[in-house]
Design a protein around this ligand. Structure first.
Ligand SMILES: [Fe+2]
Ligand SMILES: [Fe+2]
Length: 184
């Protein structure tokens, strides 16, 4: 039998991530689930492959935008010079992921190169996620930046981008750029 909790019922938003890092890690787990599902999809199930790839590209595009708009600039400001290289590396990795996402504009499931592009993209993302979670996020947590306030900005922008995505039928292009500009 389940033990009855003596605590007051939690508000509906209790499941919302508590800070920027929690929100971004939840995004990482979500896209990893899509990668796993794609891997388990039968070779002939082109519809499932197409749906999973589209969803992964959408989630990655929104995630990259919110990191580049808020997290990476905050990291540049908060981190010591020797740790800022991790932010620049993250921009380069995003650039590569966005380039591969762009490839799906002209690839259909079943085309030569579709599975290979998805596989390389997922490997790149897994590597990038591992670096963010083992290096950049802990550095940011140590830096004393207000991660709760940052999480609110990320969450609000994410909600806005997700609804834009629905309006435009998933045609949300990231900017595809690579910039190392430091925030002023
Ligand atoms: Fe990232
Ligand atoms: Fe990330």
């Amino acid at each position: 039998m389940k033990e009855k909790s003596s605590r007051a019922p939690e508000p509906a938003e209790a499941n919302a991530p508590s800070d920027a890092i929690a929100l971004l890690k939840a995004d990482h787990r979500s896209v990893e689930r899509l990668f796993d599902a794609f891997e388990k999809t039968g070779d002939d199930d082109l519809e499932a492959k197409g749906t999973l790839a589209q969803r992964a590209c959408e989630e990655l595009t929104v995630h990259a935008i919110i990191e580049e708009e808020f997290l990476y600039p905050a990291a540049h400001k908060a981190l010591q010079r020797q740790d800022e290289i991790d932010v620049d590396e993250a921009y380069v990795e995003h650039f590569l992921v966005k380039t591969l996402i762009g490839k799906f504009g002209s690839l259909k499931p079943g085309d030569d190169g579709f599975d290979a592009t998805f596989k390389v993209m997922s490997e790149l993302v897994k590597h990038h996620v591992e670096e963010e979670e083992s290096e950049l996020f802990p550095e940011l947590r140590k830096s004393g930046v207000d991660l709760v306030a940052l999480g609110e900005k990320l969450g609000a922008r994410k909600t806005e981008l997700m609804s834009k995505l629905e309006e435009t039928g998933s045609k949300l292009a990231g900017d595809g750029s690579l910039s190392f500009a430091r925030p002023s």
